[in-house]
Design a protein around this ligand. Structure first.
Ligand code: DX5
Ligand code: ZN
Length: 223
């Protein structure tokens, strides 16, 4: 069970310190939400910001591209030091070419599905990617309510990953907290993005540990 704090929910005037604090708190990945104001109706930050953070941190960077042309900008995010680069299957870029470009650039490619997109859309690419990200809110903003009906999609993708014996990570993003994380864990998720639910707490180490334990605990017989 991996916890990926989304810095979208932090105080951007203290982005470096807040990211370091989450790393020190035991986060497994740092989730970085890139929005272009076109694919989604919001603008966040881009490759230069990620590049400036990279030398200050050692945890893997999980870069979630909510942009219309991920292929066009893939090189920038590779050079910025992204470890995982996930992009939307609904974007305008050719899927296989974008996956290949990310892989050849030395990062781990992943595909993201908006709530409207069905599980089966990702099946043809499962053996070419390292991660599937199922959105549990409409992409674009932090602090929205978890869509529990996305769990059938998580279950369907988990079944297909296991059926084919793949080791693809299955990530959920949007409205994840200590109540909804365990629901997603039971459906088969193993990476949990959390923005507002983590950053609103004072003790980040306790918050990360608690979320990880709740998610892992959901799979025990008592969970
Ligand atoms: C939404 C982003 C999320 C967002 C999650 O478009 O992809 O990563 O930061 O924020 P919370 O956890 O507050 O829903
Ligand atoms: Zn995200």
């Amino acid at each position: 069970m991996k916890i990926a704090p989304s810095v979208l929910a932090c105080d951007f005037s203290r982005l470096g310190e807040e990211s370091l604090a989450m790393e020190a708190a035991g986060a497994d990945l740092l989730h970085l939400d890139v929005m272009d104001g076109h694919f989604v109706p919001n603008i966040s930050f881009g490759a230069p910001v990620i590049k400036s953070l990279r030398p200050r941190l050692s945890i893997p960077f999980d870069v979630h591209l909510m942009i219309s042309e991920p292929l066009r900008y893939a090189r920038d995010f590779l050079q910025a030091g992204a470890d995982y680069i996930t992009f939307h299957i609904e974007s305008d870029s050719p899927v296989e070419k974008t996956i290949e470009t990310i892989r050849q650039g030395g990062a781990k490619p992943g595909l993201v599905l908006k709530p409207v997109t069905e599980a089966q859309a990702v099946f043809p690419y499962l053996d070419q990617i390292d991660m599937v990200l199922v959105m549990t809110v409409e992409p674009g903003f932090g602090g929205q309510a978890f869509m529990e009906h996305m769990m059938s999609k998580v279950r369907a993708i988990r079944e297909e990953i296991d059926r084919r014996g793949l080791s693809v990570l299955l990530e959920v993003d949007g409205g994840i907290d200590e109540i909804t994380g365990p629901i997603a864990a039971r459906a088969g998720a193993d990476v949990f993005v959390a923005g507002s639910s983590l950053f609103k707490q004072k003790d980040y180490a306790a918050a990360v540990k608690n979320l990880r334990e709740r998610c892992a605990g959901a799979l025990s017989p008592q969970g």
